[in-house]
Design a protein around this ligand. Structure first.
Ligand code: AMP
Length: 420
């Protein structure tokens, strides 16, 4: 029986990989320009990093983690997100001793046992950026500016930035109580999951897609009416800095984000092209995460961009597929041997070239060159080889010229350079 990939786990095939490479290269360029450095963290962590960091009463920890016991009896989990791991690495390697402020980014796969649908997978890729060690609202605005700049650089349009403040651990408990009181009166309208959430984590009810739950929560009190003066001041400053940077935003008091560790600033960038899974990026401030995972009192802020969703929004007219620059059509044994020598030389010079190893008929080799969309074809037969020449055909203009074989690599290098 043919073995298929696991449900919710996707292959990224060569015909789409160009888009992914473009997004990743642009992210590296933009983020590094903003002073961020790459960090690579393991895919597996101890389960408690996530259960304590993200919070026991969240969907991720309750039902979405890929957790297993290894052969030594340790409970390990495939990372469902990167922030907790990045915070762990910052503490474990005492990056704060070099400088208290760390600006880090990371690109890689995450794993959540969710119901697969368009835009929602069990293995998905995120680009994460985090700043550790700064409480100042300037940095909240700075990461949002970087995010929007990046999304525009890759060609996204019609995006909406939504922001909210979730308060802090001093003022949020009062809001939770108010929300709980309000929803208890409407508990008959809540789905089974939300009945449970009402006891464990009532803020999660905002994220429920069930219609009756949405109705129940429609007129609920707003978190921003309960935040303390300190949180209010912080939020006002974030808005002021965003305005100074010329960014427009929408206040969304219902956006609470699915992870427990968020405090104060929360934000999402949504695209209305995407259907129901419309968030491309989620992020926020988490001033208590470090303490939850057993560390020091260190503030943090960051975001995660969903790469599948981002790639699906890239401009359709942009060409991302890499095609060979040159196809060599060799006719006969002697020419094939020479073609093989030439193709190796070209590869060493970084010129993308292809060869038909079987030396089939000219017609079938030209068909392959067409299929590959090669810019040039080099035709090499016994006659040409005897004269030390080859025919170079420009596939677009159909112009053909004879080139002395010893000059070939230099001539092609020149043509590639002119094209760039
Ligand atoms: P979160 O880590 O839940 O805040 O999500 C951040 C971003 O990751 C979202 O805005 C999505 O673009 C993306 N994302 C989250 N979960 C999934 C998933 N299961 N499949 C695909 N993308 C996801």
């Amino acid at each position: 029986m043919e073995i298929k990939a696991v449900r919710g786990f996707n292959d990224l095939l060569p015909n789409e990989i160009g888009k992914w490479q473009f997004v990743e290269e642009t992210a590296r360029e933009v983020f590094e320009g903003f002073g961020f450095s790459e960090i690579r963290i393991p895919i597996l962590e101890r389960t408690e990093l996530f259960s304590r960091g993200i919070g026991e009463a969240t969907d991720i920890v309750e039902k979405e983690m890929y957790t297993f016991t290894d052969r030594s009896g340790n409970s390990l989990t495939l990372r469902p997100e990167a922030t907790a791991s990045m915070a762990r690495a910052y503490l474990e390697h005492q990056l704060y001793t070099f400088d208290p402020v760390a600006k880090l980014y990371c690109i890689g796969p995450m794993f959540r046992y969710e119901r697969p649908q368009k835009g929602r997978y069990r293995q998905f890729y995120q680009i994460d950026a985090e700043v550790f060690g700064v409480e100042n609202p300037m940095v909240d605005a700075e990461v949002i500016v970087m995010l929007i700049h990046f999304l525009k650089r890759v060609g996204l349009e019609k995006l909406e930035l939504q922001i909210n403040s979730l308060g802090c651990h001093a003022c949020r408990p009062r809001y939770r109580e108010e929300l709980k009181k309000f929803l208890t009166q409407k508990s008959f309208q809540l789905c089974e999951d939300c009945q449970r959430r009402l006891q464990t984590n009532p803020l999660r009810i905002f994220d429920c897609k069930v219609e009756t739950c949405q109705e129940a929560i429609a007129n609920a009190p707003k978190v921003t009416d309960f935040i303390c003066p300190e949180c209010q001041k912080h939020f006002d400053k974030v808005k002021e800095h965003l305005e100074t940077a010329g960014l427009t935003y929408i206040l969304n008091p219902r956006m609470v984000r699915g992870l427990d560790y968020y405090t104060r600033t929360a934000f999402e960038v949504v695209s209305y092209q995407l259907g129901s899974q419309n968030a491309v990026t989620g992020g926020g401030r988490y001033d208590n995460l470090f303490q939850e995972i057993g560390g020091l009192e260190i503030p943090g802020i960051g975001f995660a961009i969903g790469m599948e969703r981002l790639v699906s929004l890239l401009p359709k007219d942009k060409e991302f597929v890499q095609t060979p620059y040159l196809f060599i059509a060799a006719l006969g044994e002697g020419p094939l041997k020479e073609a093989y020598r030439i193709v190796n030389q070209l590869h060493l010079q970084g010129i993308r070239a292809e060869l038909d190893y079987e030396g089939k008929s000219l017609k079938s080799q030209m068909r392959r060159a067409d299929k590959f969309k090669a810019q040039y074809v080099l035709i090499l037969g016994d006659e040409e080889l005897k004269q030390g020449k080859a025919v170079l055909r420009n596939m677009e203009t159909k112009f053909q010229e004879e080139i002395p074989i010893p000059n070939l690599v230099n001539i092609l290098k020149e043509k590639v350079r002119r094209q760039e």
